[in-house]
Design a protein around this ligand. Structure first.
Ligand code: LLP
Length: 428
């Protein structure tokens, strides 16, 4: 027996070998990578990333557009470099992310700077590096940027992020488009702020931005947001303000389930692109900032089973990855799939997969049927997005290594952290 994983990633396939089935990512046996580089190990598929980016590129090809990969999702500079080579620009939310992008070979001009709390130093750094656009989230920030741009003798390129009060129907922690969320500016207020900004010599209005949340599986809130943004653009144009681009925020959600029951249909994807192409006038560029849908299912986290333990009616697989490597299950109750690298049918049992961290929240997957023995490896799926980038040194655990696979070759794109690196900035 093996699973059909095509919903999650067409690059993950079981191949029959000897008596059992062995898991491949592109054309590489994952067991070999786990043995060669050790675990926990993040492995990414170059082909998956390229294919997912091209879905957006093709969907918008008939209209002037920009695809701004959201760096927070997975910020390894090798991936950024790869995405840049493939035509992506970047959405950054801190000076650190902007510096990563610059390091990866892109220019500040190819970046948009998002986030509610940019500091003076960050705004100065962005302007000095000719940032493409700064997405403004409040009148205070707008005034502050104006002051900074004036003192630097620069004209700051801006877009105001509107909060359309639309429920994205996603996890409350990653829903951003309601008035009770800290993000954006109420549309009516934004209209007034545009009029104010228009009069400032050191501000240059470029567009309107809107991002209502992440892991959105029902596209209707996205379609509604598109309508509201276009409506505001028309009002602004009527008042004499030129709008060069409309930025619709992050991408569509991905499937985390083995059976694909949470997969967004091809028709829904189609309606998303159709809405953008229908409503946005040709002379205005469409910008989007997808992340999860580009790298999420292009990554797996490999981990080794250390101990199997029975307790009451619970079976635990205690592995060498933990919540510090993959926080999503603890933080959002996210359901990542866990599968064997080599399938042994007769050992099947239902496990909670937990790490060694001293917290009950240290679970990576619960209630998963696996045929495993101690020292076997398993893969946690959908680990390309918001996994390494959310990782930490909690419990003084070293950060994992990362490997990028391209067909039958693998290259290390982050070495496993050493103890010396972990304590390097501490003073005795
Ligand atoms: N643009 C902005 C302004 C954002 O805040 C985000 C994500 C994106 C774009 C990218 O959205 P995507 O295409 O990935 O859905 N850590 C959470 C997700 C946090 C989302 C933060 N903002 C998780 O693991 O589910």
């Amino acid at each position: 027996m093996s699973y059909d994983l095509s919903h999650i990633s067409s690059e993950l396939t079981y191949h029959k070998e000897n008596e059992g089935s062995v898991l491949y990512f592109e054309d590489i046996k994952l067991q070999t990578l786990a043995e060669q580089y050790g675990t926990p190990l993040f492995v990414y598929s170059q082909r998956h990333i390229q294919q997912c980016l091209s879905i957006y590129q093709k969907g918008l090809s008939s209209h002037p557009h920009g695809i701004y990969y959201s760096v927070k999702v997975n910020s390894n500079i090798n991936l950024l470099n790869e995405l840049h080579r493939l035509g992506a620009r970047f959405d950054v939310v801190s000076q650190g992310e902007l510096q990563r992008v610059l390091q990866a070979g892109a220019s500040g001009q190819e970046c948009v700077f998002s986030g509610v709390g940019k500091t003076d130093d960050e705004l100065i750094f962005a302007l000095q590096n000719s940032i493409g656009c700064i997405n403004i989230e409040s009148f205070s920030e707008l005034q502050n940027l104006n002051k900074i741009a004036t003192s630097l003798g620069k004209k700051a390129p801006i877009s105001l992020r509107i909060n359309p009060n639309i429920d994205a129907k996603t996890h409350p922690y990653i829903s951003t488009g309601l008035h009770k969320n800290k993000f954006g500016i109420v549309a009516q207020e934004a209209y007034e702020l545009y009029q104010w900004a228009h009069k400032q010599a050191n501000l240059k209005i470029l567009g309107i931005t809107c991002h209502i949340g992440s892991q959105i599986l029902d596209v209707s809130p996205l379609l509604e947001a598109i309508e509201k943004v276009v409506e505001l653009a028309k009002k602004l144009q009527q008042s004499g303000i030129e709008i060069k681009h409309l930025d619709f925020g992050g991408g569509i959600g991905i499937s985390y389930q083995k059976d694909g029951s949470d997969q967004v249909s091809a028709e829904a994807w189609q309606s998303y692109f159709a809405q953008l192409l229908k409503l946005v006038p040709k002379e205005i560029e469409i910008h989007i900032e997808p992340g999860r849908s580009i790298v999420g299912n292009g990554g797996v986290l490999l981990t080794q089973v250390q101990y199997l333990k029975e307790q009451g009616d619970h079976s635990f697989a205690i592995v060498d990855a933990a919540m510090n490597d993959m926080l999503r299950p603890a933080l959002y109750d996210a359901d990542h799939q866990a599968i064997e690298l080599q399938i042994i049918d007769n050992l099947k049992k239902v496990y909670d997969i937990v790490g060694p961290v001293c917290e009950t929240a240290d679970f990576l997957a619960r209630g998963k049927e696996l045929g495993i023995q101690e020292k076997d490896y398993i893969a946690l799926l959908s680990a390309g997005a918001y996994c390494f980038s959310l990782s930490s040194n909690y419990n003084s655990r070293l950060k994992a290594a990362e490997v990028l696979v391209c067909k039958d070759t693998a290259k290390v794109i982050r070495q496993r952290e050493t103890f010396e690196q972990m304590i390097a900035s501490e003073l005795l």
